[in-house]
Design a protein around this ligand. Sequence first.
Ligand code: ATP
Length: 299
Amino acid sequence: MLKVEHVTKYYGEHLAVKDLNFTVSDGEIFGLLGVNGAGKTTTFRMITGLLDKTEGSITFNGKKVDYNVTDQIGFLTEERSLLTKLTVLEQAKFYGGLKGLTESEIETRLDYLLERLEIKDYKTRKIKELSKGNQQKVQFIMAIINKPKLLILDEPFSGLDPINIELFKSLILELKSEGTSIIFSSHRMDHVEYFCESLVILVKGNTVLSGNLSEIKEKYRKKNIRVVGDLNKSEIENIKGVLKVEESSSEYIISIEDKSVVENVFKYISKCKNITKFVVEEPTLNEIFIEKVGASYEK
Ligand code: ATP
């Protein structure tokens, strides 16, 4: 388990991260989100031991992250960090060697990962000859060559087409099922929603939202019910807890205060005619992100 407790980082006078707290259990994928300059890279570097924190504590399985632990860590950075003149195999031997793996361990793992990412034929090709997407695959392979116990994925799907994104997703879920603690960072909220049970949103180093995603959605008051059928708009508007009813060309969108109102709306709708749709919508993470980040910028 990774524990980040009361972590603060100053660059000189500049506060980059303030009193950050979260934990990532074994086999959990945790979201660390924020706009540009929010403090994500700073946090990743502190977690991996590349950067000293100003205050607070970071431990992995109860131990301070230092050279004894780095063999268990994988870090897929947003920027490319490959030695492009090397072949994929040479790069893997170099990188895997740094992680303490033997040459035969490296080759077995590399063959497996090349197969999974469908680039078996590129093993002895120079990295500079590969396309952007295939370089991203090689970079991902390097990050997980050591079967890390703690893995940081910063914008892992950058430059990938939807088919390759699926290949990455299935490998990420495999690592999760093997117990790897994963920190996932992306500006694509749909990907974050797909993977993460819990998350933190940073704005200028401050935590503006944190916790379990379903609980966050639960607390978030905005909910809509979409209905298709013959309704009387003003009768719905009179139901306690209904905020407003909009009528689009094809359906009614009923905004409600919270989940408890659903039952009353449902009771009313069940008496109406020609109902072909009744869907209770949760707010998307994208909506929550924009509202939270937007609000903290306005302060
Ligand atoms: P991005 O999504 O753009 O990569 P980020 O969330 O990773 O952004 P950081 O790179 O961690 O953000 O930067 C957090 C803050 O710290 C920013 O205000 C940035 O300008 C500042 N900062 C980052 N590195 C340094 C440094 N070496 N010296 C001084 N300030 C820095």
